[in-house]
Unconditional design. Structure first.
Length: 177
C-alpha cells in the first residue's frame, strides 16, 4: 500500500515536472512566430509565418540597441519554401540586437532579442611539439633501457616461473624436493 502511494505521487510529480517547461515555453514560442539563433558572429532567423507574394517572402531586419524602426536596421530578404523561410547576418559585432521579420503581406511575423557574445577562438597548430616529450604512462614509455636491462628482466621473469613450478610440485608431493 505504501509503495503504491509512493509510486503514484512520484509519477504525478514527474508528469507535472515534464509538462511545466512545455507550458511555460509554448505561449511565448507561438506568440513570437520566429526562431532566432546565434553562432559566433552569425545571427540567423527562421519562420514559417510568411506567404510568398509577387515572388517575395518578406524581409528581416537586425536592429541594434539604438535603432527603433524596421528600416533602420540591417535588412536581409527572406528565402525558403512554403514550410520555412530564413535569413542570416554574418560578421555581427558583440552586443544586444532585436530581430524583426516583416512578411511581404505587411504583417509582422514576430520580433525577438538576441545577444551576440565575443567568442574566443583557440589557435590549434598541427606542427607544435610537446615541450617535455612523451609524458604518458607510468615510466618506461619513452626510454630505451638497452639489451642488458631487458636480459636481466627476462631472467627474473623466468626465475619466478621456475620457482612457482617448483613450489607447486613440492606442495603436491611433500616427500620430493
Amino acid at each position: 500500500m505504501r509503495t503504491t502511494r509512493l509510486l503514484l505521487s512520484s509519477g504525478l510529480t514527474l508528469a507535472a515536472a515534464a509538462t511545466l517547461p512545455a507550458g511555460l515555453a509554448g505561449p511565448a514560442a507561438a506568440a513570437s512566430g520566429i526562431s532566432v539563433s546565434t553562432t559566433g558572429s552569425t545571427v540567423s532567423v527562421v519562420t514559417s509565418a510568411c506567404t510568398q507574394i509577387n515572388g517575395s517572402w518578406g524581409n528581416a531586419s537586425l536592429l541594434s540597441s539604438g535603432q527603433a524602426n524596421f528600416s533602420q536596421g540591417r535588412q536581409v530578404a527572406l528565402s525558403g519554401t512554403t514550410v520555412s523561410q530564413s535569413a542570416a547576418w554574418s560578421g555581427v559585432s558583440p552586443g544586444t540586437y532585436t530581430v524583426v521579420v516583416l512578411c511581404s503581406s505587411g504583417s509582422t511575423a514576430g520580433s525577438q532579442s538576441v545577444i551576440v557574445s565575443a567568442a574566443a577562438r583557440p589557435t590549434i597548430s598541427a606542427t607544435s611539439k610537446p615541450s617535455r616529450g612523451v609524458m604518458g604512462g607510468l615510466g618506461g614509455a619513452s626510454r630505451d633501457y638497452g639489451t642488458l636491462t631487458l636480459g636481466i628482466g627476462a631472467g627474473l621473469v623466468s626465475a619466478g616461473v621456475i620457482a612457482t613450478g617448483w613450489f607447486l610440485r613440492r606442495r603436491s608431493k611433500p616427500y620430493r624436493l
